[in-house]
Write a protein that binds this ligand. Structure first.
Ligand code: NCD
Length: 330
């Protein structure tokens, strides 16, 4: 099946950042993007590139044969959960899926540390999504096996940010020098919190476009301010659409609102349409972590600049790389 569009990973063995750097991730947790240096990212992206080539050539292979991943999701997920499953299985490993904690002992009142201690007895690595900030860190405190944070409430989503950055690198051929505009729910969107932090390792400009009540949290703005990265906030796309190289669109996170009326008042604040795209650069890309609920019109999907479906596929390769790395096989 023709999955690849011309922009998706080139077939040459060219590594985007030149020589890979040595980085030991064996046995490590992946909890926050703060733990990564630029050298680490070069290393991860080099492995991800190799993974994409292996998938293209042979589909699946036995790098992690005999290894078991516990995929523990206390919040809904389609892409993150299934891409980790696919990644593990393409590497020859297997998966314990805990997607419905309702049917696990959590519904009997079991604590997160006890659930984690249990699952690590049966697995080699744990991927955890949980509604509370800091949950992955808490799990890591109790676990001897690596914990990978797949979203801790409105905190971080580090593997998404890694795949987002890999997408930018693959699609634009560079990261330095780009203007990245983030749109939508900047307050509750954890993918943006991780991505903004990660981008401070590069020479970029950041624009934030949101309704007033959904502005980027102060602590993220402060962290970016500590670097030399220029950042600016807007409540309209008009002033920035023409200068953007990457438009990163997010869903208004309905489930995080305590006041339904507030959600209703902001839910359709920004909709990317073919008219929006007419104002954009010819080589701009549109990204979205997905799911979308109307903030990008389906009429945009056939625009070659719509990178959000390709972004999902890049995620598979990045997650294959991460699993191989923390299990000492990369
Ligand atoms: C995101 C998430 O869960 O934070 N989804 C994802 O992992 N691809 C974004 C969202 O739910 O809006």
């Amino acid at each position: 099946m023709a999955l690849h569009t011309p922009r998706l990973i080139q077939q040459s063995p060219h590594l985007p950042f030149g020589d890979k750097q040595d980085a030991s991730f064996y046995g490590k947790d992946i909890l926050s993007v703060k733990q990564f240096s630029r050298g680490d990212l070069n290393f991860i992206f080099g492995i991800a590139q190799e993974m994409s080539e292996m998938v293209r050539r042979v589909g699946s292979f036995d790098l992690l044969k005999g290894k078991i991943l516990a995929n523990v999701f206390y919040e809904p997920s389609t892409r993150t959960s299934s891409s980790f499953t696919s990644a593990m299985e393409r590497l020859g490993g297997s998966v314990i899926p805990i997607n419905e904690v309702r049917y696990s002992s959590v519904s009997k009142g079991e604590s997160l540390p006890d659930t984690i201690r249990t699952l690590e007895a049966y697995s080699d690595v744990i991927v955890l999504r949980h509604p509370e900030i800091g949950s992955a860190e808490l799990a890591a405190k109790y676990a001897r096996k690596p914990i990978i944070n797949a979203g801790d409430g409105i905190g971080e989503h580090p593997t998404q940010a890694l795949l987002d950055l890999f997408t930018i690198q693959q699609e634009m051929d560079r990261i330095d020098g780009l203007t990245i505009t983030m749109v939508g729910d900047l307050k509750y969107g954890r993918t943006l919190h991780s991505l903004a932090r990660l981008l401070t390792l590069y020479n970029v400009r950041l624009n934030y476009v949101s309704p007033d009540v959904l502005r980027m949290p102060g602590h993220i703005l402060d962290e970016v301010n500590e670097t030399s990265i220029p950042q600016a906030e807007y409540n309209s796309l008009d002033p920035v659409i023409g200068e953007s190289d990457v438009l990163y669109v997010t869903r208004i996170q309905k489930e995080r609102f305590s006041d339904e009326n507030e959600y209703e008042s902001v839910k359709n604040s920004f909709v990317i349409s073919p008219e929006t795209m007419q104002q954009a650069k010819e080589d701009m890309i549109v990204m979205h972590p997905l799911p979308r609920v109307g903030e990008i019109s389906m009429d945009v999907d056939d625009d070659p600049r719509a990178a959000y479906f390709r972004q999902m596929e890049y995620g598979l390769y990045v997650r294959m790389a991460l699993l191989a790395m923390v299990l000492g096989k990369a």
